[in-house]
Design a protein around this ligand. Structure first.
Ligand code: NAI
Length: 290
């Protein structure tokens, strides 16, 4: 059994849905958990201490160790306070699961700057800020595990979610860069693209999905990725209803000529669009151009 005794985990947005399930699973397996949740509505409005306190209370009642944090992780002060809560209560940070999220769905023509900025602030800025605040502690310890939460909507696009999909693809870049920068200090970072029945999706998914797409079926992957035995880093995984699959950003072999013209591109379009053998790093992409 993969256990987390003596490990300290920060889970943002852990008052509901997926974060709650991640927190309960890690705590059940021995982790000391900071249950962070602002306690607002799905669109990010409002705040309440209730959800974080309820989950931290449940963990404690079950014999685990947890503290509640109601800090807003989209602000530098809030992100620092979450990490400080971990240090004050448990003395270290080993695991960060950036899970907090909001939705402000609207088609591109109707989206306001506020809708766009607020969604990016929670998902992207929040994940960056909490990771950055925990980073020096992880670096000093020579150990860290970060999981960011992307989405199929970000990886593939989705109607009405220009803000959300931009944020979620941004998290793929953040994840890959944390993985590169953290590699020599034992810090591993990965992203999950989940599907689960939560308050975020209950009005979108068919009713029969509730029993199959449980948050617990996503948390199992999170627990694996944040375990000390898992050296995987810089990857993205689709996860839902018991299925786990690697998602990868890849570049095809491409087609090149010394005399590139718009017409030459049109004439060789099939080669431009070819998928294999694919290239998977910025360095290999550059090499293919030389
Ligand atoms: P949820 O609404 O149940 O949970 C999100 C939690 O984040 C809420 O408890 C909310 O209070 C908290 N939160 C929001 N803003 C915050 C802030 N500034 N500071 C601290 N906490 C904040 O939704 P769900 O489904 O559990 O979502 C969790 C994550 O998974 C989100 O990042 C979401 O975008 C992502 N996701 C979920 C999918 C699904 O199928 N449920 C699909 C793809 C991605």
């Amino acid at each position: 059994m993969l256990r987390f005794d003596d490990r300290v985990a920060i889970i943002t947005g852990a008052g509901h849905g997926l974060g709650r399930s991640h927190a309960l699973l890690l705590a059940e397996r021995g982790a000391k958990v900071v249950v962070n949740d602002l306690g607002g509505a799905l669109d990010g409005s409002g705040a309440s201490a209730g959800p974080a306190a309820e989950v931290a209370g449940l963990i404690t009642k079950n014999g685990g160790q947890a503290v509640a944090s109601t800090d807003d992780i989209s602000t530098p002060e809030g992100a620092r306070a979450v990490v400080q809560a971990a240090v004050d209560a448990f003395g270290r940070v080993d695991i960060v699961v950036n899970n907090a999220g909001i939705l402000r769905d609207r088609s591109l023509g109707k989206m306001t700057v506020e809708d766009f900025d607020s969604v990016l602030a929670v998902h992207v800025r929040g994940s960056y800020l909490v990771s950055q605040a925990a980073y020096p502690l992880m670096k000093a310890a020579g150990y860290g595990r970060v999981v960011n939460t992307t989405s199929p909507a970000g990886l593939f696009g989705n109607f009405g979610q220009a803000n959300y999909s931009t944020a979620k693809m941004g998290l793929v870049g953040l994840t890959k860069t944390i993985a590169i920068e953290g590699a020599r200090n034992g810090i591993r970072a990965n992203a999950i693209a989940p599907i689960a029945w939560t308050r975020m999706t209950e009005s979108l998914l068919p009713a029969e999905f509730e029993a199959k797409f449980t948050p617990e079926r996503v948390s199992a992957l999170v627990a694996y990725l944040v375990h000390e035995s898992c050296e995987v880093s810089g990857e993205v995984f689709s996860v839902g209803a018991g299925r786990v699959a690697r998602v990868f950003v890849a570049e095809g072999p491409g087609w090149k000529t010394d005399d590139l013209t718009p017409e030459a591109i049109a004439d060789n379009w099939q080669s431009v669009m070819a998928e294999q053998p694919y290239v998977q790093s910025a360095t290999d992409s550059l090499k293919a151009m030389l």
